[in-house]
Design a protein around this ligand. Sequence first.
Ligand SMILES: [Zn+2]
Length: 345
Amino acid sequence: MLLQDLFASGPASRADLARSSGLTRVTVSDLVAEMIADGLVAELGAPTETRVGKPPTLVGLVADAKHVVAIDLSVDDQVVGALLNLTGEVISRESRDRAGRRGEDAVALVQEVAAGLIERSERPLLGIGVATPGVVSPDGVVIAAPNLGWTDLPLAERLREALGQPVYVANDANTAVVGEYTYGGGDEDGVLLIRLSTGVGAGLVLAGSVVHGRGAAGEIGHVRVAADGETCACGRRGCLETFLAVPRLRRRLAEHAPEAVLAEAGERLGAALAPVVATLNLGELVLSGPLDLVEPLVRISADTVRERVMPVSAEQFVVRASKLGDDGVLVGATGLVLAGELGVS
Ligand SMILES: [Zn+2]
């Protein structure tokens, strides 16, 4: 509880912590002493503006107390890895071409990248967070990730056994929305994040929790939005993904007038999301992906949503690009480990 307070609100005095937590000052002092001994928290001195009397000493979270290894498998044919500190700042990076590797070969590559980053860390490790496309169970079993050739793969357990660290595995869009909510200042009334990468997925945070549904929440990319569109990876035609997946969008931009291509993609996205926005009365829609594509799509999809819902549904509704840019998924994977190991979000 105290860590959560320091993480969410920044440095505070022991008296502030007692007030906000409802614990006694003696208990707070004992707990703070324990966290200082663990290296998670440090005394920061007095605040610059002090009132009359003896200034209180502030304590705060130590950003580099521990490091986290984060792996992003959502970037086309790559294993993107990084070492991050507790504030989501990247300390070191390592990426490898997947070169079409799938199944067990892809697992071995993920393990290799993680092991390399663990070796490079000069701080104690808090754990490993992995973001993968596909449907993932809450205990880190990849139920289906067609691009990686994984079915019912207990990835968290496999990596935990091989690397001797706590491991958290989640869907890439869910991971990105955790990052946005934890580090990007996401709206508390609800954030829907649309992740544009090899495919198109969505992550939803409502009332402070990621929504999983029965396991496959967020699979909006495979909603059919055109009867006669291109054939999708799922075998059907005209899925939302066929208009917005990054490789397809880039190909169309090279072949046709860019303005028309982006207008169509943005309108398709806005039309698919308008019922969701109206149903949930969301505060915020975040687009995550390559910025050159995301920026025009933010504008076009926002206009389309507003056109299609009652004004009251779109009151104070904001569409924006992810504040975390390309690192959103890595930062989110760090958030998964923080939530699991320290209970902060
Ligand atoms: Zn599809």
